[in-house]
Design a binder for this molecule. Sequence first.
Ligand code: IMP
Ligand code: MG
Length: 191
Amino acid sequence: MSELINGVKDIIKIGEDVFVPLLTEEQIQARIKELAAEISRDYKGKVPVFIGVLNGSFIFMSDLIKSVELDCEIDFFKLSSYGDAKISSGKVTMLKELNCDVTDRDIIIVEDIVDSGLSVKYIEDLFSESKPKSMKLVTLLTKPNSVKYDVKIDYIGFNIPSKFVIGYGLDYAQKYRNLRSIYVLDDDKGI
Ligand code: IMP
Ligand code: MG
């Protein structure tokens, strides 16, 4: 393991790539509390099912539901990921199915990041078939300049530049999910 530990690092070097801080643990936690308060207001008196998209959303979902003041249920499913690359393969497949029945339920899909929007489009189409009572989407991050598909995002933590990020659930080749803050690839491309 490199110099990676859970303290705040100025930079993280992965091979030739250099990552610099984008969002601190404090910024992330403060924003999640705001999102949780908004969701708690919107779903007052309801029992929503939070549905996390594995693997990236597990830390966000955990912190989010701890601040939500509602009775709620949770479940997860898993989609194919970027694999070991920093660029999307452009294809989505289901790797682990949901276990609960979402018919007639208020469901809140929890994503780590919306990049092109392809995964969310796939998810929206998939869950509409099961006829939930309502379906909303919360994502910690979105890259507004990368979104190519027509998707509706109901709650957004942060809009970020179109650059590759790691930490707080987000991986690079399956690693670095355990960083408490979010780091961005420091290059001149993107945006
Ligand atoms: P989309 O289908 O292009 O919107 O990509 C969505 C998925 O790709 C996210 O749920 C993440 O798992 C992954 N992803 C997108 N951007 C990044 C990134 O910058 N770092 C790590 N994973 C990412
Ligand atoms: Mg994801």
